[in-house]
Design a protein around this ligand. Structure first.
Ligand code: BT5
Length: 326
């Protein structure tokens, strides 16, 4: 794409002018065509200065999602190898499922700037205003169905680590995979198995993070927060996406090596409520006990008077009996 070629050329000389003539010669396009493409790039949020005498110079790349910028930041081998970035989708998970059924490869990543019908677990709604990170990755890992829940645990750890790496923010994981800060939800994860796991082994991993928007853009009753509220400034969504995919790839590779103990440890270090007295709600039923940890298959282990019991994600909810950070 000519636009991307222009960007490559300008970014090689970031901050310096590159003459229209030079771009024209190197890319074999007319100067009028270059001018047109520069206008499009400016519309996408690239700060490009144009001077009749000196040419063009790239001053800044957009911090909103942009395929070219994202690809420059990506340092992965498989995740994000193919990127579908749309302005609006009903749900990135739905689009990723469609693409997976059409043969989408491992690592294919779908992003939307806004979701009109974002999904949570158990048919719940996920509010997805502009400025958030709404992403789904097609995974065809070398793992069994029993490992599917470990992948969502791995995703929680990846997001926590990316937020620490980029902003030195400590986020807690509320089992199974809500990401919370001071008790307020910042992000959620939705893993969905596509088709017969044993034959196709495909999991759609959806991750939603409230990033560059204010709390007011979410409905009032939600116990939620956004990165913007926490940090006080907008962050580069491309860097954030790249960092999450990088950490996720590392976690997945270690899972494929059967190194679940490492993941369990990483997850436990970041878990909220571990070792505390908690309540587990299953429909009308309430179980109370000490949150001991997670089992080999990612289930929550609860130590109760009657002995230890495990609860798998999806069917129950976790509540604290004391911590205000739930
Ligand atoms: C989740 O479900 O937390 C999984 C959310 C996954 C969203 C991503 S975005 C990209 C991909 N495409 C999708 O369509 N989905 C995935 P769950 O644990 O069921 O939590 C849902 C509950 O969180 C809702 O019932 C609300 O109470 C609350 N909620 C909804 N939107 C929220 C938001 N933006 N921030 C915080 N809480 C929210």
């Amino acid at each position: 794409m000519v636009r991307h070629d222009i960007l490559h050329l300008l970014s090689e000389h970031a901050g310096e002018y590159v003459s229209g003539e030079r771009i024209s010669q190197q890319l074999n396009v007319t100067r009028a065509a270059i001018w047109k493409q520069i206008k499009v790039l400016q519309g996408e949020g690239f700060e490009i200065e144009g001077q009749t005498r000196n040419g063009y110079r790239l001053l800044k790349c957009p911090i909103s999602l942009n395929e070219w910028v994202l690809k420059q930041s990506l340092n992965t081998t498989s995740l994000g190898c193919t990127i579908y970035l749309e302005d609006e989708l009903t749900s990135t998970n739905d689009r990723a499922k469609e693409l997976a059924r059409q043969g989408g490869v491992h690592g294919l990543t779908v992003l939307a700037k806004h979701q009109s019908s974002g999904q949570g677990r158990l048919q719940r709604q996920w509010e997805s205003p502009r400025g958030g990170l709404w992403m789904s990755v097609v995974l065809r890992p070398n793992l069994s169905l029993a490992d599917a829940s470990k992948i969502t645990l791995a995703a929680s750890v990846a997001i926590v680590d990316a937020l620490w790496e980029l902003f030195r923010l400590r986020i807690g994981i509320k089992w199974p995979n809500d990401l919370v800060i001071k008790g307020q939800k910042l992000a959620g994860i939705l893993g969905e198995v596509v088709g017969e796991w044993n034959t196709v082994q495909t999991l759609i991993l959806g991750m939603g993070i409230n990033v560059n928007f204010t709390r007011e853009q979410l409905s009032a009753p939600l116990n939620a927060t956004t990165l913007y509220e926490i940090l006080g400034y907008e962050v580069d969504l491309n860097d954030l996406t790249a960092s999450i995919l990088m950490h996720l790839e590392t976690e997945l590779m270690s899972l494929e090596r059967k190194a679940f103990e490492e993941l369990r440890l990483s997850w436990s270090e970041r878990a909220v409520g571990l070792g505390e007295e908690v309540k587990i709600l299953r429909g009308e039923q309430v179980f109370q006990g000490i949150f001991k940890g997670i089992s080999i298959d990612g289930a929550l282990l609860l130590e109760m008077k009657e002995g230890e019991q495990s609860f798998s994600a999806g069917e129950v909810q976790l509540r604290s009996t004391m911590s205000k950070y739930f």
